[in-house]
Design a protein around this ligand. Structure first.
Ligand code: SAM
Length: 284
């Protein structure tokens, strides 16, 4: 990997190319090589692996993914200003780096992965992190095109992803979706000071492994039930589920819950049971 080692330091790249960080695009850079290496390694060895990186920016994590031996890195960047710096990396990556200029939310990442399995490893732009993660969790068909995700998000979002009914305040729609389709875990926290410029909050790297065989459930029905239940999370389910236009007691009974239960007490399986009952009602 000598070619990569000859690249200029990241701070110099940012200075020479005038890549001042833009808040509107969630630009907070990582320059610490130990940290980018740790993130690159967080899903295990990369030999033979295709990695999708959303938001390579000046390319610190991109370099680490290539140094760790990824077979192919597809880096999707919305801000054209970074392309010359990223092309310098591509020029030393022996054909392993593909650059895509565009909005990761609007692109078909499965197609960019080349039809095979891929991992997403990224320091995500925070303003689009949640919709990106929701999209990956809702992938069809399932099992999805991604075999692992390791993504940096705000710690508050990470806690909402890994929450269980025991952590009531954080437990909600995101935790139910994540818990249904994946095993999600907090890998490590990263202090704000590790980024340039530092964001206002602590960040966390969150890992997701897709469940091979999640409980059968219609994702649309699951989203309707969780939206109704957590939309009025302090209310009992017999009240909050009324907005679905079906008898809430039938859904609650299907999930073996008490009519007095609240959304934040219901485990993922209960939401799946309620969603399946809701879908059945719709078919009658
Ligand atoms: N990976 C770099 C690092 O760790 O130093 C930069 C990470 S920075 C938090 C997020 C990056 O995502 C920025 O480069 C930003 O321009 C890019 N970005 C923002 N919105 C995007 C989008 N919708 N699609 C793709 N990239 C986006």
């Amino acid at each position: 990997m000598t070619g990569l080692d000859e690249l200029p330091p990241l701070r110099e790249v940012v200075r020479v190319h005038g890549l001042d960080a833009r808040k509107s695009l969630g630009q907070n850079y990582l320059f610490d090589l130990n940290l980018t290496r740790k993130i690159a390694r967080s899903t295990g060895p990369l030999a033979g692996v295709t990695v999708i990186e959303v938001g390579p920016g000046p390319g610190g994590l991109t370099r680490a993914l290539l140094r760790e031996g990824a077979a192919r890195v597809v880096a999707i960047e919305a801000d054209r200003r970074f392309l010359p710096a990223l092309e310098e990396i591509a020029g030393r990556a022996e054909g392993r780096l593909t650059l895509v200029h565009g909005d990761a939310l609007a692109l078909d990442l499965a197609a960019l992965a080349g039809g095979g399995k891929a991992r997403v490893i990224a320091n995500l732009p925070y303003h689009v992190a949640t919709p990106l993660i929701i999209g990956w969790l809702k992938s069809q068909p399932w099992p999805p095109w991604w075999e692992a995700l390791a993504v940096m998000v705000q710690r508050e979002v990470a806690l909402r992803i890994v929450a269980t009914p025991q952590e009531r305040a954080a437990y909600g729609r995101l935790a139910v979706l994540a818990g249904w389709r994946s095993q999600a875990s907090l890998i490590f926290d990263v202090p704000a000071a590790a980024f340039t410029p530092p964001p206002k909050v602590t960040s966390s790297l969150v890992g997701f492994l897709p469940r091979a065989d999640p409980l059968a459930c219609d994702v649309g029905a699951l989203e309707r039930v969780t939206a109704a239940a957590f939309g009025q999370r302090r209310k009992m389910l017999r009240q909050s589920l009324r907005t679905l236009g079906v008898d809430p007691l039938k859904l609650i009974a299907a999930a073996c819950l008490q009519p007095t239960s609240r959304a934040e007490e219901a485990p993922v399986e209960a939401f799946v049971a309620m969603a399946n009952r809701l879908a059945e009602q719709g078919e009658r």
